[in-house]
Design a protein around this ligand. Structure first.
Ligand code: SF4
Length: 191
């Protein structure tokens, strides 16, 4: 698992290097939280979720408690079909886990300043590079799953799932019901 986690950064860096020229004129600035507050699905792999979970465990207890409650509320909203701000978005509009934010957040940028009438404008070439990167991330996490951030973190909080995943075992039947109802994708190719 340690080796796999180290490879995550290499995949992120490759994307950043390959897309650098195309994203040079980006309008994104510190303090803009458009993508985080009007957050669509923030899809992550289980491996990315594991790294985020470990970072959460190192946070002060009151923050952990606040986050746990925020994630529960966010899950309920999503299950009801409502978009919700990312629980890691702080009041000052900064990301609480910026250094280890998932690829879903790293790939997004915009050529113009966004608002509700002007969603992010992204180069098609960059989107293609991002699609290839997602494939590489899913291949790396071949015993894992992909899905919205809070759903993957929830799965990792279930002891049986956590043990299976950490043991390198692959038992999709364990998540079948939750997976179907929460649009969780199996990373490895079946059959
Ligand atoms: S993890 Fe950070 S960058 Fe990603 S949506 Fe949440 S607050 Fe924004």
């Amino acid at each position: 698992m340690k080796e796999k986690l180290a490879k995550l950064d290499k995949i992120y860096t490759r994307f950043e290097t390959d897309s650098k020229e195309l994203t040079q004129g980006r309008a994104c600035n510190k303090g803009c939280s458009f993508c985080c507050s009007a957050a669509g699905s923030i899809d992550i792999t289980t491996l990315e979720g594991l790294r985020i979970r470990r970072a959460m465990e190192k946070m002060p207890k009151p923050r952990q408690t606040t986050l746990t409650k925020a994630f529960r509320r966010e899950i309920k909203k999503r299950e009801a079909g409502t978009e919700a701000p990312c629980p890691f978005l702080m009041k000052n509009k900064a990301c609480m886990i910026y250094e280890i934010r998932p690829f879903s957040c790293r790939r997004i940028y915009s050529a113009h300043v966004c608002d509700t009438d002007n969603p992010p404008a992204v180069s098609r070439k960059v989107m293609d590079m991002a699609a290839d990167t997602i494939k590489a991330l899913q291949k790396l996490d071949d015993t894992g799953y992909s899905g919205h951030l809070s759903f993957i973190l929830y799965m990792l909080s279930v002891p049986a799932f956590f043990e299976t995943y950490m043991g390198g075992d692959f038992k999709p039947e364990e998540i079948m019901d939750f997976g179907k109802s929460h649009r969780i994708v199996i990373n490895c190719k079946m059959g």
